[in-house]
Design a protein around this ligand. Structure first.
Ligand SMILES: [Zn+2]
Length: 162
């Protein structure tokens, strides 16, 4: 295991021991969206920054309801999630000019879900060669932008659509 620059790591270890229950439901209960890193609240879903991003701009979309799989959501919630995904793509593409994206869900612990009880979509902007210095396997990651910076830059853009 190698650490190039991982200022979030100590916080991560602290949070893992501190956090009880669902991180998505807890974030929703916080009074300050800025502290919870919630970028956008729709009618049924919200966008939150991943606190341990693979690349800058790593977002997650999750439903308000604590459900473990999308087929349990209402049609309206499922459709809105699709719309929000498109909104994320537009804003991330415009802001970061990534060359690609990884978008997807891990349903169930065996599929790699960190939080299996509350489903969520990951959107990860990608650049050519980023895996050379930000490998997704192992513990070596480089974070080149703080979460606060990401939030400050992206939040106004999402607010325009709220
Ligand atoms: Zn939850």
């Amino acid at each position: 295991m190698e650490y190039i620059h991982a200022p979030w790591r100590a916080q991560y270890v602290k949070n893992v021991y501190k956090t009880k229950g669902c991180i998505f439901c807890q974030a929703l209960k916080q009074e300050d969206d800025r502290e919870a890193f919630i970028l956008y609240r729709g009618r049924n879903n919200f966008i939150i920054l991943n606190k341990y991003p693979y690349t800058p701009g790593h977002l997650m979309i999750a439903p308000f309801r604590h459900l473990d799989s999308p087929e349990k959501a209402t049609k309206a919630a499922a459709h809105e999630m699709g719309d929000i995904q498109v909104l994320c793509l537009k804003i991330l593409r415009d802001h970061y000019q990534p060359q690609g994206f990884n978008i997807g869900m891990n349903l169930g612990k065996c599929a790699g879900a960190g939080v299996a009880s509350h489903y969520h979509i990951h959107l990860i902007p990608r650049w050519p060669g980023d895996s050379n210095f930000m490998p997704l396997v192992g513990e070596t990651r480089v974070v080149i932008e703080s979460l606060e910076t990401t939030f400050e830059q992206l939040a106004p853009r999402f607010r325009e659509h709220a």
